[in-house]
Design a protein around this ligand. Structure first.
Ligand code: NAP
Length: 279
């Protein structure tokens, strides 16, 4: 058996990754969550794992062959991940979920320091750098989902387009990196197959939800409303990079690694019809 810990198993990439892993024979999937009682994924073993509680790490990483690390977006992420990786056996694989253009994100190179911890861990590592997830349009925990229901896509883009990626495609790449050879020491820039402005996203959403959804351009300050501290700083950097077009370039990495094209927004929306129409 190959034992894989998926941190953030209830999240946008963790859930599809756990499904893919559970469908493969000979894989023991540990579904890491800060509240394991809420993990109900078939084929995944609910596993207590919290960045806030280091006492959960030894059991969660016990005898694992590979770990999918969803980067916690907090100032101490480099230190936390560094400490977690010392729990792993020397030949374990580590796949880190990072983000596009990580080189310029955060104070003192926060995102790159987070990646460097993984690269310097002595483990077999792979870094994933995805663009914006399509799932932010439907995830109840993200502010956009409610707005879409109300017919408004309030988003600060500066007119730039984004190469939105389906989180299921990130999961498919993560599956390859966790289980297959040849991905060690690789940094994968991931995107969907097309770069779309918010106007185009709103048009496609309108068709999918069955009522008009209009893009409303807001300022970055408006996008930061209610946020404080590190979360505010990180969100500011994110929207500045959106305006600069950082998330616009399309890459072919998903197709190259998985052997099939990255999903379009249209496909994602069609597959999400029940959620979008609140069926
Ligand atoms: N969203 C995007 O468009 C996007 C784009 C590029 C990169 N990223 C990066 O991808 C990563 C994930 O972001 P996301 O927005 O997609 O979030 P997500 O994976 O959908 O959700 C966050 C996950 O973190 C887990 N979590 C919360 N508190 C925790 C704790 N104390 N200890 C351990 N796990 C905890 C949550 O599960 P439990 O509540 O079950 O613990 C949840 O599964 C971030 O680093 C983000 O910067 C996101």
């Amino acid at each position: 058996m190959t034992r894989v810990l998926v941190t953030g198993v209830r999240g946008k990439t963790g859930t599809p990754l756990a499904h893919l892993l559970a469908a493969r024979p000979g894989i023991d999937v540990l579904g890491g969550s800060s509240d394991p009682t809420t993990v109900t994924l078939e084929g995944a073993q609910p596993t207590a794992f919290s960045w806030d509680d280091a006492s959960t790490w030894a059991a969660a990483t016990d005898a694992v062959d590979a770990v999918y690390v969803v980067r916690p977006d907090r100032a101490d992420a480099p230190e936390l991940i560094d400490a977690l990786l010392t729990e792993l056996s020397a030949d374990a694989r580590v796949v880190l979920l990072s983000e596009r253009d990580a080189d310029s994100v955060g104070p003192d190179g926060w995102a790159v320091r987070t990646e460097q911890v993984v690269r310097g861990s002595g483990r077999q590592w792979t870094v994933l750098r995805p663009s914006w997830f399509m799932q932010v349009l439907t995830d109840e925990r993200f502010y956009l989902a409610q707005l879409v229901e109300e017919g408004e896509l309030a988003f600060s883009s500066g007119g730039a387009s984004l190469a939105w990626i389906d989180a299921r495609d990130i999961a498919a790449v993560a599956e390859c990196a966790l289980l297959d050879d040849g991905h060690e020491g690789q940094v994968y820039e991931l995107s969907g197959p097309e770069s779309l402005t918010l106007t185009h996203v709103a048009e496609q959403l309108s068709t999918a939800v069955g009522h008009r959804v209009a893009h409303r351009e807001i300022t970055i300050d408006e996008a930061l409303e209610g946020l404080r501290g590190f979360e505010r700083d990180l969100t500011l950097w994110t929207f500045e990079r959106v305006h600069a077009g950082t998330f616009a370039p399309v890459t072919d990495t998903v197709e190259r690694l998985t052997g099939r094209p990255a999903r379009t927004l249209q496909t994602f929306l069609a597959d999400s019809a029940a959620v979008l129409r609140r069926d």
